[in-house]
Write a protein that binds this ligand. Structure first.
Ligand SMILES: *Cc1c(COP(=O)(O)O)cnc(C)c1O
Ligand SMILES: [Zn+2]
Length: 467
């Protein structure tokens, strides 16, 4: 056996290694990973997870890492089936028997329909993160967060945990799902939602998982302030993306995109809707990991998309100054956030690695709805945020921000069905006026009520009798 094969064999099943700490992105202080921390105890800055022994991974050449990850896909080890296939890059200190795998990750990447591509102005790919267990990408981050909690219970003597999050709908669905898998005598699950601002499907999810669901008047940013205060003053585990343990799991999106493209990332553009900016942070961090290890040769361009009604990052790129905005109702409700928690991380990543390859475009509510409806009429299953991303790509192509015809991957962040209520409002023209949406007849659809008669139905369809 040559050296390369030996290395691959030795590393195929990962064992716990590395030395992980919290690291403050502002003052650089590091803190042990023996408790839940969300901000720097010294200066209040945001935290990231850092493996102090990351450089050991550089001893393995990039092409060897590619083979290791590719071979792992063929294994039947349950713990390596999801995001922990990339164990070394996500949470190397967690033993495989503490990993919680509920079916997340390795979501399909499909070629966008050709007619849709013509409408958008370029061929592209869609990665369906709506095909995760709670039908959004948030499961990636919950898989890492809940595996960490499980590790703390099994290996570090943690006795009781109350997991809590604020949510625009999908974080709570994912948190409640994953928490409900852990022992009931040790783990409680609570979610805080802005009353009336999540879809019925999203509300049903944490209820079905048995979480305590608290509704408060206001918008997401209000819920976030309250859980932040709770996390500061009480013994709870905050499961929002402010918790760097979530970001860690969400990096898997980038690892999978790279793997699905056979690690060819030259000229790659990744299109992503931005709300609280946790996802875009994780995507950038993930690609930086791969680039540092020589697994990919080039960092991709990131195209962020926001509604013009919740556009703090658009304004930041335009003016160079960051100011939180007051959001107005948006159908891209999961991204309807005026003061994204992870903004400082985005700013730092852009400055250090993506300064010439980070763009944000804004789209109108009508463009978001049309992006979703047109995509789904062409064989896809995207949600309003996926529609937002597609509409943003269309705009970026028409404005020449992104060259047409390159390698482009759109992040479809959740499933069409979570946001079916917006489709229904569109079809029935029943949008509350504050959305300001004008509908187009040709994109609508309705059930047709007909009598229970083959003849009548044939007549309605204009069918010809067989000769
Ligand atoms: C959470 C969410 C977003 C926004 O992601 P951030 O990490 O908050 O920027 C977009 N789409 C869907 C479906 C989501 O659930
Ligand atoms: Zn600090």
């Amino acid at each position: 056996m040559d050296e390369m094969q030996k290395e691959i064999k030795r590393r195929l099943i990962p064992s716990p290694e590395g030395e992980m700490v919290y690291e403050c992105i502002s003052c650089g202080g590091t803190f042990p990973l023996d408790r839940f921390l969300y901000t720097c105890p010294r200066c209040g800055g945001l935290l990231r997870l850092r493996d102090l022994r990351f450089d050991r991974l550089k001893e393995v050449p990039g092409p060897v890492w590619r083979r290791i990850f590719d071979f792992r896909k063929l294994l039947r080890r349950e713990a390596l089936r999801g995001i922990f296939l990339f164990h070394e890059l996500i949470f190397p200190i967690i033993p495989l028997d503490a990993v919680i795998y509920l079916g997340e990750g390795h979501t399909p990447m499909v070629r966008a329909n050709e007619e849709l591509g013509r409408w958008v102005g370029t061929p592209f790919l869609i990665k369906y993160d709506g095909l995760n267990p709670s039908v959004s990408f948030k499961d990636r981050g919950m898989a890492s967060a809940i595996s960490f909690i499980n590790y703390m219970i099994r290996y570090q003597g943690l006795k009781q945990v109350l997991g809590i999050c604020a949510s625009t709908g999908d974080t709570s669905a994912a948190a409640a799902l994953y928490l409900s898998y852990l022992p009931k005598d040790k783990v409680r699950s609570v979610v805080l939602l802005p009353q009336g601002k999540v879809t019925p499907a999203q509300l049903s999810q944490p209820l079905g998982s048995g979480a305590v669901v608290i509704e408060i008047p206001g918008v997401f940013d209000d819920c976030m302030r309250i859980v932040e205060e709770l996390a500061e003053n009480y013994e709870v585990c905050l499961l929002n993306s402010k918790n760097p343990i979530r970001i860690q799991g969400q990096k898997s999106y980038s690892y999978e995109v790279a793997q699905q493209l056979a690690y060819r990332t030259r000229g790659l553009v990744v299109v992503v809707p931005i709300g609280n900016a946790g996802n875009v942070t994780a995507i950038m961090e993930g690609f930086v990991d791969l680039w540092r290890l020589g697994i990919i040769e080039e960092l991709p361009t990131i195209l962020g998309v926001q509604s013009e009604r919740a556009n703090p990052l658009v304004l930041w790129r335009k003016t160079g100054k960051y100011t939180p905005v007051e959001v107005r109702p948006s159908v891209a409700q999961a991204a309807m956030i005026g003061n994204p928690v992870s903004f400082p991380k985005v700013a730092q990543l852009v400055e250090e690695h993506f300064s010439d390859r980070f763009f944000v475009v804004q789209v109108t509510e009508e463009e978001i709805m049309e992006g979703m409806l047109v995509a789904n009429r062409h064989g896809h299953v995207v949600c309003t945020q996926g529609g937002e991303a597609i509409a943003g790509l269309r705009k970026a192509i028409s404005e020449g921000v992104i060259p047409r015809g390159g390698r482009i991957v759109v992040d479809s962040t959740s499933h069409q069905l979570k946001f079916a209520s917006f489709q229904q409002m569109y079809f029935e023209d029943s949008f509350p006026p504050e959305y300001g949406i004008k509908t187009r007849e040709e994109l609508k659809n309705h059930p047709r009520r007909l009598p229970p008669s083959a003849e009548e139905i044939a007549r309605y369809l204009g069918l010809k009798k067989k000769g």
